[in-house]
Design a protein around this ligand. Structure first.
Ligand SMILES: [Zn+2]
Length: 232
């Protein structure tokens, strides 16, 4: 069993004070700091405190972050137009469609995107090349018994996505999910469904669709059995 602590959209609430000790890896699905707050980096108190410390404080990251104890994988959301706290450089940034090994028979792939300003949003055309990169790398890296977890700031448009997320869901991500049948999709961005989850039921596979929000969710993933569930 592999435990993943999934988190997203901390721009609307502080990070949880504790990461569950059982977690093997952290997944951050984008929107770390409110894009509007980034403007505060010109204020004098930040120059005094040092930009990195101030950025961590503004981002609400817990003391002692980053920790060597647990690897973090991340994708950028539309608010992550800058990285003043160094979060995305210290985590493994999968935004551009990278596929990485998580553990025994388990991989993670990422879809992230940001423009010049926090209110810029991707079009399908912007995300399609990222999906294609994941398709190619999955063919190359994954054996027939390996399984994938997809980390995406933007929700997939598939059967089972919480209805509240449909208005900002992407068809190209949905198509990728139907092709690759990941064990789980961790997504953010849709504030109406933070903390909600659903399932896409396939012929012989099930995909957990979860929008953990800033309080986070602990996922128990078993690649051998092909299961993923939220730990209550
Ligand atoms: Zn967003």
């Amino acid at each position: 069993m592999f435990y993943l602590f999934a988190l997203t959209d901390t721009h609307c609430a502080p990070w949880p004070p504790m990461v569950p000790s059982v977690a093997d890896a952290g997944l951050f699905a984008g929107d770390l700091i409110d894009g509007r707050v980034l403007r505060r980096f010109t204020e004098p108190f930040i120059r005094e405190a040092g930009v990195a410390k101030a950025a961590i404080r503004l981002a609400g990251l817990p003391d002692g972050w980053p920790s060597d104890d647990m690897p973090w994988f991340a994708v950028r959301g539309n608010h992550d137009v800058a990285d003043p706290s160094g979060f995305f450089s210290l985590a493994t940034d999968l935004s551009k469609g990278a596929v990485c090994r998580l553990g025994e028979r388990l991989f993670v792939a990422g879809i992230g995107w940001c423009g010049e300003y926090f209110s810029d949003l991707p079009r399908e055309l912007d995300l399609e090349p990222i999906c294609e990169s994941i398709r190619r790398q999955s063919l190359r890296l994954l054996g027939h018994r390996d399984r994938l977890v997809l980390l995406s700031h933007y929700p997939p448009l598939v059967e089972g996505t919480p209805t509240a997320a449909e208005r900002c869901a992407y068809a190209c991500i949905g198509q990728l999910v139907r092709e690759l049948n990941p064990l789980a999709v961790v997504f953010g961005h849709a504030h109406e469904c933070l903390g909600q989850s659903g399932r896409m039921i396939g012929h012989d596979t099930t995909t957990l669709l979860v929008c953990p929000g800033p309080t986070g969710a602990l996922l128990a993933v078993d690649a051998a059995l092909g299961t993923a569930a939220i730990v209550p």
